[in-house]
Design a binder for this molecule. Structure first.
Ligand code: SF4
Length: 402
């Protein structure tokens, strides 16, 4: 099983983000809030362990929000409880997301490393101070560079850097491929083991989305975005970062096991406000409200549980596997659905292969990099086919998925 811990605190709100997060006040009020959060988290962990049994946990991921706002002792306390409650593998991957500024004056990097965190994911996003200001990030480029040094000094041998591309042009400068390639060069020169390069997609209602809607900022066009993606991915591979998912690149042996596990459909348990869990065909999501979630853990009440039917699970399998460069195992599909993928989708597969959008290799169906650019449209076509032509043949239960 994969374990996810949601840490809902942020110092300030970035201009493009609508994730659930709350400000963490300084001083005693902040300490109180943090104490209530931690007590609720440990309660929830014990309760879930009671329900699931002492299951094996192969990865733990602290996501947010800003997990690096936690003091080191809090991370150690959460991991101690996880080891008491579950059977955490000796070689478990334990990742923690961090914002550069919060790493610099904190005991967190050393304490977290000592407590067993072995992968640090730093939200650098850009090394251009103007772009960082546009994104509303709380750090500048100097802090981003310093954070990598802090991570190394604390003993992290597996460091991911998050970057964003497809930013709007500003100050008369056109958004260009050259700017992206220059950023990726600087990022690669910092010698991380892993790079996540996400296209900026401002959530509706955020300041950045509003500015784009009003025309105050202009996004690059679709063609420019496509050529940026292809050039950026090619550049990262030329620097030894192998693409293993739409937005993720890693040196050999450093792919994120937690995220890969999610794309491979492994069971995951989410703890903390707004966290989702999927265990077999059951899915439930905690309240996206810190106070409400704390109260629910105190009452010992569970969020409503959704039962995923076989068709939904097969759709999710297809969608998640096609995010990865490995693609969908035809044998896994047959086990799960009792159907032949190549036979059921023969016409669509021929079309995609003719257009250079997909391929077949060693029993796997995968999207090419160009296919990944239009993956939403491709997956929508598969879903339409799945619902229209295949449902009569789908089993009511999907024993191959459990
Ligand atoms: S992008 Fe990350 S740091 Fe910024 S507000 Fe959202 S969750 Fe917080």
């Amino acid at each position: 099983m994969l374990l996810y811990v949601h840490v809902p605190f942020c110092r300030s709100k970035c201009a493009y983000c609508s994730f659930y997060s709350v400000p963490l006040p300084q001083g005693a009020a902040g300490e109180d809030l943090l104490g209530s959060y931690l007590a609720a988290l440990l309660r929830e962990m014990r309760r879930r362990a009671g329900q699931c049994g002492r299951v094996s946990v192969e990865t733990i991921f602290f996501g947010g929000g800003t997990p690096s706002l936690l003091p080191g002792r809090a991370v150690a306390g959460i991991l101690d409880e996880a080891r008491r409650s579950f059977n955490v593998a000796a070689d478990a991957e334990i990742s923690l997301e961090a914002n550069p500024e919060s790493l610099l004056l904190s005991d967190l990097p050393r304490e977290a490393r000592k407590a067993g965190v072995n992968r640090l994911s730093i939200g650098v996003q850009s090394l251009d101070d103007g772009d960082l200001a546009l994104l509303g990030r709380a750090h500048g480029s100097r802090a981003a560079r310093a954070a990598v040094d802090v991570a190394r000094a604390a003993g992290f041998a597996s460091v991911n850097l998050d970057v964003m591309w497809g930013l709007p042009g500003r100050g008369g400068r056109a958004p260009s491929q050259m700017r992206l390639l220059a950023l990726l060069k600087e990022i690669a020169d910092l010698r991380p083991e892993h790079i996540s390069a996400y296209e900026l997609t401002p959530e509706r209602g955020t300041p950045l989305a509003d500015a784009l809607e009003k025309g105050e900022l202009v996004r690059p066009g679709e063609k420019a975005l496509a050529s940026m993606y292809l050039a950026g991915a090619e550049y990262l591979e030329s620097r030894g970062f192998l693409q293993y998912e739409v937005s993720n690149f890693a040196r050999l042996g450093f792919a994120c096991r937690h995220n890969l596990g999610c794309w491979q459909g492994k069971d995951y348990l989410g703890l903390g406000p707004s966290a989702t869990s999927t265990l077999g065909s059951r899915r439930f999501t905690n309240p996206a409200d810190l106070r409400e979630w704390i109260a629910a853990t105190a009452r010992g009440s569970d969020p409503p549980c959704e039962h995923l039917d076989a068709a939904t699970r097969l759709e999710e399998m297809l969608m998640l596997r096609l995010r990865t460069t490995a693609g969908l195992s035809l044998a896994e599909w047959r086990r799960a659905s009792g159907r032949s993928f190549p036979a059921d989708f023969a016409a669509l597969l021929a079309l995609l292969r003719r257009e250079g959008l997909a391929g077949m290799r060693n029993g796997y169906f995968f999207l090419t990099r160009t296919g990944m650019l239009v993956s939403d449209a491709i997956i929508a076509r598969f879903f339409a086919d799945l619902r229209e032509r295949v449902p009569s043949g789908l089993p009511d239960a999907a024993p191959g998925l459990d």
